[in-house]
Design a protein around this ligand. Structure first.
Ligand code: NI
Length: 435
């Protein structure tokens, strides 16, 4: 024990010496002042108390735009409905990088007992609902506002351009509306600003406050919705041969589509899931109905597998129905792509993450079957997206109320780490590009 500790000590000393010539690796992380940290906390509490649903982030957008204007940034508003973009042009030449925060809250009635608890109500799918920042996007915005303030103060030393993206509707636009990252891109966000890299952070309950989870390559799943309408011919339950039974056909479709993942795609590339969530059909025990309606979700971590699953779902459902004399119509509603961290960018920026959070607080994250529309940005340019823990020390992150829970609670100490991470990503990316 003792011997190995000495050996380890010698080893780390020699490593330190040999790496002392690499530029950014040996530098200290930029930190924010106690005063700025307090401001970030105040912004977060204000945003938390005034949550707004997807594509309805009107007040939120005003608060952000006012702050960015006060900092003297070039500010664009009304992108993808309520999105706000601030551009900071550093005094020195260098690359353009983008830092992203999402803005929307959820139709959840808050049940925490924080003093700045939300009592907001809004309308969602024709119903009055409570609204809560139950996914922590309030923290993301406050951290990015803080980063904008810190980086603006450093303008004379900033190499290149920093684009601050405040993105609406990450949770999905309501009804038939478009929204989120995809719509911002459609409206020309990256054509106009052309960042070399894009960075994002998501706070989450599964990590202890201040800890960072990162992963090279795929991190979060793609999320796609599908529906299958199975058409038969109605008849009496006592005489099934008099019609075509869509219930039996639907049952076989449910079973056979499970072979897509288990038999038909190469799961050594990445795992995948095909799940049914809605099975609807029939009105009475002795009537075989005309039609059965199925709905479900597909999650996976590989874009090629994703395309194959779409195709095989269609073939398997149609052919299975055909074998029973029924017909199946498959509709796939593409959602968010796989969130993929660019491997080179992740490796390049990992020392920055470790400097900001501390070596012992940075972990490789497991795959997450949830989805993120940051994925659209990361399909366009190299992206890096990490998780920032917010569960207080001493509390088990495994059992802490999860994101989207009415009891979702964030330890505000995470705000300093997140703000500094945004700041240092921007600063270090430019420095490393200049090497
Ligand atoms: Ni979220």
């Amino acid at each position: 024990m003792k011997l190995s500790a000495i050996a380890f000590g010698i080893l780390s000393t020699s490593l330190l010496l040999s790496s002392s010539f690499t530029h950014a690796d040996t530098e200290q992380a930029v930190t924010i002042s106690h005063e700025l940290e307090q401001k970030v906390i105040e912004w977060r509490r204000d945003l938390h108390q005034h949550p707004e649903l997807s594509n309805r982030e009107f007040r939120t957008a005003k608060v952000i735009a006012a702050h960015l204007e006060e900092l003297g940034l070039e500010v664009q508003t009304g992108i993808a409905y309520t999105g706000v973009v601030g551009v900071l042009r550093g005094a020195k030449p260098g690359p353009t990088v983008a830092l992203r925060a999402d803005m929307d809250a959820l139709p959840v009635v808050e049940q925490t007992d924080v003093p700045f608890k939300s009592t907001a109500v809004s309308e969602y799918r024709g119903k009055e609902v409570g609204v809560m920042h139950a996914c922590g996007h309030d923290l993301h915005m406050a951290m990015l506002m803080g980063a904008a303030e810190k980086l603006s103060a450093m303008k004379a030393d900033i190499e290149g351009t920093i684009v601050f993206i405040f993105q609406p509707a990450e949770e999905g636009a309501p009804g038939d509306e478009e929204g989120g990252a995809e719509l911002m891109l459609k409206e020309g966000l990256f054509t106009q600003h052309q960042p070399e890299a894009v960075f994002g952070i998501h706070v989450w309950s599964a990590g202890t406050v201040g800890h960072i989870g990162y992963r090279e390559g795929p991190l979060m799943a793609s999320s796609d919705q599908f529906s299958i309408t199975v058409k038969g011919t109605q008849t009496h339950g006592s005489r099934p041969w008099g019609g075509v039974d869509p219930i039996v056909a639907a049952g076989q479709i449910i079973s056979n589509t499970q072979t897509i993942v288990s038999r038909q795609i190469d799961i050594t590339k990445a795992p995948a899931v095909v799940s049914f969530g809605i099975v609807e059909g029939g009105v009475r025990n002795n009537i075989i109905p005309d039609e059965v309606y199925l709905e479900g979700t597909i999650r996976n971590f590989d874009m090629d597998n994703r395309a194959q699953i779409f195709e095989k779902l269609k073939t398997t459902a149609e052919m299975t129905a055909k074998a029973t004399g029924a017909q199946a119509h498959v509709h796939i509603d593409e959602g968010y792509p796989v969130t993929v961290n660019d491997i080179a960018l992740t490796q390049k920026m990992l020392p920055t993450i470790k400097r900001v959070a501390g070596d012992d607080k940075v972990h490789v994250n497991a795959l997450v079957t949830g989805a993120e529309d940051f994925s659209f940005f990361a399909l366009e340019v190299p992206g890096l997206f990490v998780f920032l823990g917010i569960t207080p020390e001493g509390q088990d992150p495994v059992t802490a109320p999860s994101n989207h829970s009415p009891f979702f609670y964030a330890d505000e100490q995470a705000l300093k780490t997140g703000t500094e991470l945004y700041v240092n990503w921007a600063v270090d990316y430019a420095k490393l590009s200049a090497l």
